[in-house]
Design a protein around this ligand. Sequence first.
Ligand SMILES: [Zn+2]
Length: 256
Amino acid sequence: MLSEEDKFRYTRHLMLDEVGEAGQEKLMQSSVLIIGAGGLGSPNAFYLTAAGIGRIGLVDFDKVDLSNLQRQILHNMGDLDNFKVDSALQKLQNINDKTKFDIYKEKISASNILDLIAPYDFIIDATDNFAAKFLINDACILGSKPLAHSGIYKFCGQAMTILPKESACFACAFEAPPPKELNPIFKAGLFGVIPGVLGCIQASEAIKYFLNTGDLLLNTLLSVDLKHMIFRKIDIKRNPNCRICGENGIKKLIDY
Ligand SMILES: [Zn+2]
């Protein structure tokens, strides 16, 4: 039951037929794990907290440095050298005192990821490297957790939502991570707004999933190019022989 205060806080949600009191209650009973408290994690955490998600987990082992502030809007000058999850927690608690937060100062790996995702209803991949993205995809398939993927590069980004065994997974779309020496992400610059746009798209997917409304990015890769303002949807087919979600998919996680 929504309190009078809840009804006021979420007035603009309640006015939407797609949300209403039942939808808002659903959001308040739902939980999301955000893996990464940086550029993509920031808008995800802000909007999911503001939307009233009941429980939010944040995973990040890294500390804030000055070069993060160009895009990682959860953090400010006063947070330098602090753990990103501590910095995030402080900001988020000030937005919504009803949301419960769990923070994990851990690096994800094949040995801890299934335990990390287990308590949550929806997983957000807000990481910055291919190895983590493949690991998260695999874990969500094994653990049957819906997942919002995103990746960013220079002025561009992509997003895709995965319902395990129902829609194409990340490995259906991209066979395997590129070799480390060819991984372009760390040598490339990054337009500061791009994680903002893609992170908002992921948060939107999570909220729509809970509300069971609209169209999710299932079997679809949304490709975003902010430099030329091109948004494209690319059809992705589920691969019956996918090495992860296919009939003979993997049964055990590996570290890439
Ligand atoms: Zn697959």
